[in-house]
Every structure is written in C-alpha cells, then in structure tokens.
Design a protein around this ligand. Structure first.
Ligand code: GAP
Length: 458
C-alpha cells in the first residue's frame, strides 16, 4: 500500500465510521475545515485527557489554566505577533493560484529562505521555479501575510471598532496569567503552567487532512526555570517526555525523529528549538516542538503592561524574571498520528480485515456488548452486563446485523474487546470475549467479567 493510498483509506474510514467529517458538506463544503464525529471526538478527548493526566494531574510542579480565545490586542503587540507572525505568500500570475513562497523554494531548490522576502522573489525568478499547478514561471513579488484572524468587538454598524484577534497559539494566555498563578498557587520554581485549547491561523495553504488547519487545538506548557538552572538537561528531559507521549498514542519508534532549528532559523531570543517530527504519508513533518524562549515573553509583557512579572525565590532571597522552556503539542496532529499508527489491513480467510489497533486507553470505545440476536432473553442479560460495565468502561451496545459484520465494524472503530452473549450464556452464565488484536476468543463467567477486563486495560 503506498503512503498516499493509506492516507486516502484513512480519510475514507474516518468519514464512514464517524471519526472525522468534512465540514459544512450540505453547503458544498468549507475548505480544509473538519468536524470530529462521535468516535473522533472520543479519540481526541482521550488524547487530551491522557496529556492532562500525564502533564498536569500527575505532576506537582505543573498547574493548568483555561484562558480566553480573545485577548487584549496589546498581548499580541507585545509578543510580536501583530507585526511578525507572518508567512511569505506569492501568486502565480498565470493560473492565479496562491502559495507559500518558502515552501515552494524549499521543495524546488532545496534551500531555506524563511523570513527573507526579497531574496525569495529573486530566487523564484532567477531559478525559473515552476508553478506546481500550471507549470508556468510567472510570479508576483513575494509579500508577507499576517496569520492572525481578526474580528471586531461591539460590532455595531457605523461605530468605530477595534480589531481583536483570535489567539494564534494558546501560550499567550499563559504568560499573561503568570502573575495570577504565582500569587494564588504557591508554586515553586521550576514550575509549569499548562493549557489545552483552540488556536486559529489564517494559513495560506491548509491541507493534508487534519495536519494543517486554520482552526486547531494545542496542548502547551510554559515551564518556568531559574536563569541559572542547568537548562540543557531539562531540555533533554522534555524532549524524551514528548517522544514518550507520541509513543503512548501509538507511534512506532522509527516514525519519530528530532530536528533542531539551525542558528539562522532560530528566533533571536531562543537558545534552542527542536521539532519532534513524525513520518506522515507526505514525509517527516513537525508534530510537536520544544523551545527555550529565555525571558523574552515575560519581559515583553512586563514592559508593555507596566506590571512586574517576576518570581521571588525565598530560599535564596532573590528576585528574577524566570526563563521558560515551551513544550508544545498539536492535538489534531496527535489524532492524525493515532489514526495513521493504528491502521492495518490483515488477510483473514481470504478477506481483508481493516483494524484500528489504537492503544487501549485511547480507543473511542473500549468494550462492545453484542448479543447474538435481538431475542428478549438475550437482551435482558446483555443490558444488565452493559449497565454494569459502562460505570467503569466506555461501552457500546449493538444488537443489529450479523455478528460478523458487527465484529468488522468494531475492528474498524478500534474497540479492544467485544463481548458476545449467546444462548449458551443463559445456561453457563458466561460470555465470549474477543480480542481485537489476536481475534482470540475466551469464555468468561459474567461474575468475573469486570475484574478480567480491569486486568486487560492495565
Ligand atoms: N507556542 C508555540 C507554537 O505555537 P508552533 O510550532 O507554531 O508553536 C505548535 O505550533 C504546534 O501546534 C505544532 O507543533 C503543531 O502540532 C500545531 N500546529 C501549528 N499550526 C497548526 C495548524 N495550522 N494546523 C494544525 N496544527 C498546527
């Protein structure tokens, strides 16, 4: 199976089985916009819950917040987004298609001119780079394009309005709540503030399914450290934790690699930035990132707001502006990795079985309860089992279609265990438990089911 076919198959499965739908289909679609369906939203929630447990609840040094999407415009002026959060765009004069100039150059000429607008225009013209859509080489000048989505507040017609922006990253809200967290939570350096939420970017070219969206979710941590901290070892530790998280959602070791930003690509305030890349069907691309941002953000917000954003170290009687390490994780890209890593096609008795081998703790449905038929005696026992197990597990009850079709459906959803209740169950008080991965079936007494399954999900 070629990589592109695999992506097409996953997109088709996502629609067929209720993971991800193209948005606004009844209105002819809305470019590069998607809706998470019933199983996709469970999968996404499980990934976010796993992250929150691992990085917030299980750690004494990290607290969570849930900040607003609309922040004061001064936040984005201070952080540099209003003037500097730009991409380079260029239009083909011949077919009128629009592209990211740096991506065109990187693909055609294999060098990176990110941020160098004039050089990009020259490189496209001098090297006669061809338009990927029409094959001509007739480019406009490269222009910068701000990626922030602006909207209006109190938008009454005729009144002067002030533009506000939908946040382009969740990190902004974390920095401006730094003082509130320090004052209210008795946190001790090193400590982190975490947040999960939506971010919006007016990407010139979105695409590759849910890889590059204009509306997406991030899981971010700002980890505040002393300027004297041995940051290199902490940095390495965070990279390991990020890689570990990718593996926990199903990625194989060989599909993950690190890519450090070169000195020219590094922001002036950053000591080091490393991307965690994943081997997507369209090549190794950024999945997560880790950046040492120094004291840039706290200092910039302090200067712009007039508020001191400092930390007082009582033990050493020292006051300082902390430095920050920023591990950032994309939610939608994580969902895509979980889908790609889980997908498999297996030959069983001359037929192809499509299975999503999700790690059990992120599977959208954990247990399917499948009475062999709709007969009242079977439904009564099955419903009783369903009512009991759903207190502890995510369960689905399904009594329609043949058992073979129901197994196939649960395999495609990625349900780790199917319980079949048949007429023997009424005699021996036991059910058949089918394992998604091995397809092995075991007969388990109803009274022992819960402890048996608890063990399986450990
Ligand atoms: N606060 C740092 C920050 O926002 P970023 O590398 O621009 O850094 C972080 O974004 C993560 O957010 C990326 O690694 C990626 O997983 C995700 N992300 C960024 N842009 C995205 C987009 N247009 N669609 C989907 N996910 C995106």
């Amino acid at each position: 199976m070629t990589e592109q076919t695999k992506m097409d198959k996953i997109i088709s499965l996502c629609k067929r089985r209720g993971f991800v739908f193209p948005a606004c289909e009844i209105y002819g679609g809305f470019a590069n916009s998607y809706s998470y369906g019933p199983y996709g939203s469970e999968l996404k929630k499980n990934i976010k819950d796993l992250w929150w447990k691992m990085f917030v609840r299980d750690r004494e040094d990290i607290v969570g917040i849930d900040g607003p999407i609309l922040l004061h415009p001064k936040v984005w002026e201070a952080s540099g987004h209003t003037t500097g959060f730009n991409d380079a765009l260029v239009d083909c004069k011949s077919c009128k298609k629009r592209f990211r100039a740096d991506h065109l150059i990187e693909e055609a000429l294999k060098f990176d001119l990110e941020g160098k607008i004039d050089e990009m225009t020259a490189a496209l013209r001098e090297n006669k780079v061809k338009c990927p859509a029409c094959g001509k080489s007739d480019w406009t000048d490269v222009r910068t394009f701000n990626l922030m989505f602006a909207t209006k507040m109190n938008n009454v017609s005729g009144e002067a309005d002030e533009s506000v922006y939908l946040r382009p990253e969740t990190a902004g809200a974390i920095f401006i709540d730094f003082k509130n967290v320090v004052d209210s939570m008795r946190v001790k350096i090193p400590f982190g503030i975490a947040q999960i939420g939506k971010a919006f970017r007016n990407e010139i070219i979105a695409g590759n399914f849910i890889f590059r969206l204009r509306e997406f979710e991030q899981m971010e941590i700002e980890y505040f450290i002393s300027p004297e901290e041995n940051w290199e070892s902490l940095f390495e530790d965070w990279l390991n934790k990020q890689e570990n998280f990718v593996k926990m959602i199903g990625a194989k070791e060989d599909d993950i690699r690190r890519s450090e930003h070169s000195a020219e690509k590094l922001s002036h305030y950053s000591k080091k930035t490393v991307d965690i890349q994943y081997n997507f069907p369209f090549g190794f691309q950024e999945l997560y990132g880790l950046a040492h941002r120094g004291d840039f953000d706290l200092t910039a917000h302090s200067e712009a707001s007039g508020e001191k954003l400092e930390y007082f170290d009582q033990e050493n009687n020292k006051r300082f502006v902390p430095h920050v390490l920023e591990p950032t994780f994309g939610v939608d890209r994580s969902v895509l990795v979980a889908l790609l890593s889980a997908y498999s096609e297996e030959e069983v008795n001359g037929e192809t079985r499509v299975v999503m081998h999700f790690p059990k703790n992120i599977a959208p449905v954990q247990i399917a309860i499948l009475p062999l038929s709709k007969k009242a005696e079977l439904s009564a026992v099955s419903r009783e089992i369903f009512e009991k197990l759903k207190e502890r597990f995510v369960c689905e009850y399904d009594e329609t279609q043949s058992i073979g079709k129901r197994y196939r459906r649960q395999d495609e959803i990625g349900t780790p265990y199917c319980l079949t209740i048949d007429f023997d169950s009424l005699e021996d008080n036991a059910v058949t438990v089918r394992d998604r991965d091995t397809m092995e079936q075991e007969r388990i007494k109803v009274g022992e089911l819960e402890s048996y399954l608890v063990e399986k999900f450990k």
